[in-house]
Design a protein around this ligand. Sequence first.
Ligand code: PLP
Length: 427
Amino acid sequence: MSEQGIGTKCVQAGYTPGNGEPRQIPIIQSTTFRYETSEDMGALFDLEASGYFYTRLQNPTNDYVAAKLAALEGGSAAILTSSGQAANFFALFNLCSCGDHIVASSSIYGGTFNLISVTMARMGIEATFVAPDCTAEELNAAFRPNTRAVFGETIANPALTVLDIERFARAAHEHGVPLIVDNTFATPVNCRPFEWGADIVTHSTTKYMDGHGAAVGGAIVDSGHFDWMAHAEKFPGLCTPDESYHGITYAEKFGKEGAFITKCTAQLMRDFGSIQSPQHAFLLNLGLESLHVRVPRHCANGQAMAEFLAAHPKVEAVHYCGLPGDPYHALAEKYLPHGSCGVVSFELKGGREAAGRFMQSLKLCAIETHVADARTCCLSPATTTHRQMTDEQLKAAGVPAGLVRLSCGLEDAADLIADVEQALAVI
Ligand code: PLP
């Protein structure tokens, strides 16, 4: 059979019930699993047999949903994590340890920027940040002999820049390291980074994948393409024996397709325990079943909103790669031909005060620290997350005082625009 379309995979991939088995993915609400003999269980502990022994490492519900995500991204294996933050941390920490270095796009989610620049720096892992549209020379100069990974976001939150995945992948590979792409905003419905050379994809499944503001979660998907053994000196964690599993070498035993996710499961989840709960995995799967239907509607609403805002006299600027004048429009046409996302950022002419009054005046769109939900929500950094900063400090951080991030949900575009229009009339 030819490869199934993304919609069929959203609905059916990952779980095929046998005769008389539940049609819906069962929630295996069990921390542990029973075995007849200690030898049976011992084989699991030695990674000699596959199976389940403790949900901190693996659970069948999670594995069904992870298999669906691997199919959606076109990868070889996947793991669900407790949050998007956990996904990005473990994707990086599976490759780096104290004394290593990361190259990252500077245009990424603030939480990930903090994770890399502060928390991982405290672990002795340094990073060099580059602008997503830096020159080839600047990108090349960011690498060091101890660089272990390159990181970026397909569509960055909140700047909405578009990563030139092919260019970043080429640079990463020239330096013998993988490219990790956070594909949260685009989702595999709009972009599959592996098709452009990325090696590992991460997600905050809290966003479009769940899509209903119900379950915090994350995921890591491996393409199975990166040849760890060809760069064994850079990746001792994958390419030398792990004494905690009787000297198994992940890249030898599980190959390119399985090494990364097996190590992440067997070693990192064992020690850090940031697995997604089976309940959340079940909720995530409900979201995934309609992802291909919802994402185009989010994009259509985002596009309609961006066009309305761009023509409004009280709006200074609109950031949305679906607009022909946007600096990232050409990259969007290449990587996101079917649409980008429902999130639109725009600057109001009246700065912080105008942003505050605008937000207060909205009736349908809610003020929330969230994006990518069925219900439209918005946030003004200067009056909420960045409220302690002066206008000058905001400017230096690249966050204009009048910036509003509006995440268009699944409502009727005409109602959303009417709400924004009446709020703009007040300021
Ligand atoms: N990556 C991106 C692009 C995000 O927007 C977010 C959260 O907003 C995260 C990662 C972190 O995900 P979570 O909130 O699920 O930990």
